[in-house]
Each structure stands twice: as C-alpha cells, then as structure tokens.
Design a protein around this ligand. Structure first.
Ligand code: PEP
Length: 249
C-alpha cells in the first residue's frame, strides 16, 4: 500500500505575530508537489493556531503541539482535544521528547493522550525516540518499542496516527541521523508493528523522521524505503522548509 509522504513543521515555542505572518507568507508562495504526493502540516504555538489556520494556503494543514489527556475542565494552562476539534484543528503532536524530558511525560501518559485525542477525532503525530545514552548502550530498539507499545496498547485504529521517530540526540543539535541509522530504526519499528499490531498497520502507517532535518540532508533521508516523511523543527521556521517538502518528489 502506498504511503503518502508527510512533512510536519514544529515551530515549538517560537515566533511573534509579525514573524508568523512572514513565515506563512513565504510558505504560501512556495512551489511544492501536489497534495496527492505530500501532506504538509504546520504546528505553530497554540496562540497562533487560529491565525495560521486562517491565512495558510489550503493545501497545508495545522497541528497543535499538545493536548490534554482527558476532557477539559479544571486543568489550568491546558488545552483540550475538544477545543482543538472545535477550532477546526485536524492534527496534534503528542509525546515530543521535549515534553517527555522537561515535563516528565511517561510512555503511558503519552499513550493515554494519543488514545484520547484520536477518540475526539484528532489525527496524531506521535513522537518516540531514544537519548544518546540509550543509543550508546545499545537499547535504541528496546526504547522505541516500549514507547510504541504504550501507544499500541491504547489504540485500535491506526488510520489517523503518524509515528515520528525522533532520536533525542538529533533534535536541535545539527547532528542528523545517517540515512542508514534512520532506516534501521524505521524498519525495526515497521517490523514491530507487523509482529505486535497487524500486517496492514505495519504497511500503511507512516513513520517519519525528525532531528536536524534540513534542505541539504532531506533528499537522501527521503529515499530510505521506510522513511515516509519528516517532522522538522528549526528548519520549518525558514524558507528552506519548502525545499524539504520537495524531497517528497
Ligand atoms: C523537533 O523539534 O521535532 C525537531 C525535529 O527539531 P529539529 O528539526 O530542530 O532538530
């Protein structure tokens, strides 16, 4: 089954109104492959979501960077999945390593969030990835399998899930995984889905790579058989994001 290339842009906690307008204007002018070839999803900070959604070209979509684990209510500072649905936001990024590390989000908590967001009708970019210490100790597959298991145990329908493999050591460091390193883990994850979920889910789920993706390394990474796209941080705030999208061709 063909897996449509997916490129997400995670703006993290960056931008002013003026900067956001400028980035959107640049993206709106960019020449990119058609929607049949690539799905592009931008994730601005919450406060800019409506603005970006309203002025972004119609072939690009938006994602929130987080959502609360259950129905909204007395959870000061949180944003519920229902609110995102109400705003017309189709996607949410969950389990980003910055939240796992800085806010102590456990595998189980991330799995619960993924399940809740999906149940409300959101599509989810679920992030997993090992630290440098874990890679050096040879436990990469074990770590990403455990992270994926916590999601798989709570999710029955994978149609709306994109799995983002983001090695922590590659995020924001300029140290991109080699194409071989990325392919090895993506292939391992697909095998894991095959064994533990189903052959259909293994062949249809998009597994995207994130971690210091730039215009210059995106082409070779995109050619790996199990790399179905990217989640891009720093470079998604720059005009080169357009060239990264073109790696889908
Ligand atoms: C990210 O934040 O998801 C990310 C991959 O960041 P960067 O591209 O800057 O490494």
């Amino acid at each position: 089954m063909g897996r449509k290339f997916f490129v997400g842009g995670n703006w993290k906690c960056n931008g002013t109104t003026e900067q956001v307008k400028k980035i959107v204007a640049t993206l709106n002018e960019g020449q990119v492959p058609s929607e049949d070839v690539v799905e592009v999803v931008l994730s601005p900070p919450f406060v800019f979501l409506s603005m970006v959604k309203d002025c972004l070209r119609s072939d690009f979509q938006v994602a929130a960077q987080n959502s609360w684990v259950k129905k909204g209510g007395a959870f000061t500072g949180e944003i519920s999945a229902e609110m995102l649905v109400n705003l017309g936001v189709p996607w949410v990024i969950l389990g980003h390593s910055e939240r796992r590390a800085l806010l102590s989000e456990s595998n189980e908590f991330v799995g619960d969030k993924v399940a809740y967001a999906l149940a409300q009708g959101l599509k989810v970019i679920a992030c997993i990835g090992e630290t440098l210490e874990q890679r050096e100790s040879g436990t990469t597959m074990e770590v990403v399998a455990a992270q994926t298991k916590a999601i798989a145990e709570r999710v029955t329908n994978w149609d709306d899930v994109v799995l983002a493999y983001e090695p922590v050591w590659a995020i924001g460091t300029g140290k991109v995984a080699s194409p071989e390193q990325a392919q090895e883990v993506h292939c391992g994850l697909r095998d894991w889905l095959l064994t533990n979920v189903s052959p259909e889910v293994a062949s249809s789920t998009r597994i995207i790579y994130g971690g210091s993706v730039t215009a210059s390394n995106s082409n070779i990474l995109a050619h790996q058989p199990d790399v179905d796209g990217f989640l891009v941080g720093g470079a998604s705030l720059k005009p080169e994001f357009i060239d990264i999208i073109k790696a889908a061709e």
